[in-house]
Design a protein around this ligand. Sequence first.
Ligand SMILES: [Mg+2]
Length: 455
Amino acid sequence: MSGRILVVDDVATNRMLLAARLGADYYDVTTAANGRDALEICAREAPDLVLLDVVMPELDGFEVCRRIKSDPQLHHIPVVMITALNEPEERVRGLEAGADDFLTKPVNELELNARVRNLLRMKMMIDEMRLRVETTQSLGLEAVRAELDVDVSGANVMIVAAEPDSARRRADILRKALDVRVRIPPNDREALTMAEAAPPDAFLIDRRLPAGGDGLRLVSALRSRQSTRASAIVLVAPEGDAASAAKGLDLGAGDYLFEPVDAAELVARMRSQLRRKRYADELRDTLLDGLRLAVTDPLTGLFNRRYAATHLQGLIRNARDGELGVMMMDIDRFKQVNDTYGHAAGDAVLREFARRLKANVRGADLTARLGGEEFLVAMPDARREAVAAAAERVRAAIQEPPFDIGDREIPVTVSIGVAMYAPGDGAESLIEAADAALYASKNGGRNRVTFRDAA
Ligand SMILES: [Mg+2]
């Protein structure tokens, strides 16, 4: 995995040591000797990861981290704080400042590699989603909150521990501090079953589990399942077992703690994992909203032309001779509505037209606004009589009663052209045939339905 890493430390030998180690793994390394330079490089080069010394003159690591994490342009860059102090309070302070992870000096090489790989992998995933959100939606970054603002209360946590007592103790700590809901399955098999039925937001898993269970195996199983793929995982490794911790991160855990578990560190790490999980959930939802926007017409909520053209091709692939009907429709003299009553009234007419249209076709039918006052309906699995009945129903529903727009009633009618699918038809030829029938309806005096073979 490649990535651009910024190493920040006020001591030159520390910078060189880390840069050499990371450079040997083919990362692209930049260094900064103080907090001010670090922030400048972040703004200019947007690195993929920052390794940040805590104790520095002027701006210390906590302050630099806080500034990165409160800047909407930078807050998604993962920050690993590096301190000589192996004090839980320092870690908690760092995590509260928004640090994604912690390393202590002297930096263990195994741990450094595992943490860096893990965070870069996470960032690539988040970057990809951010990009898609920005592409599908012009709202861009403002629509997505900073990860630090994400509230974790009400989240679901599952604790899979070696002993029921320690599981209960940890559950109490998390409930009190984070207002989360906690479930405690008796073993790893039960954990998988319960998680399949109701996937939690996060797992807290012991490396050693009862009845010959293995926390690392459980991490791997949870990561490979669709239902729990997005859940956060925190591994609890035996004291000093850096190899298990690193293996856990490689298998997909988001973070780890060593035994004996410190309450404040447990809370800080779990909070940070839950925030990231919910942040990713939010991005995913925004992305889905964006996709929905990309296929619908914002004024009427009907599908748009692009979606209709693609979907119609699918309907044609599945269609049998004479069992797919396509209607093209056009509101009669719509320009006069706009000219007489104004564009706001015109929009209201289009919305009401769409509502009546949908109310008079089946749920499975494709209804789309192709643009302007032009609409399309495709009816799969429908014979000619059913299509004719639906077309007539729509025509009548538009004509009566007149459209009630604000304080006035506007008479509206629609002309409809229909083509039934025949072998050899493609989406284009079917739409063209329905369109030709529509113009026959217009020429025949409007407010009527014409079939392709009668046109
Ligand atoms: Mg220092």
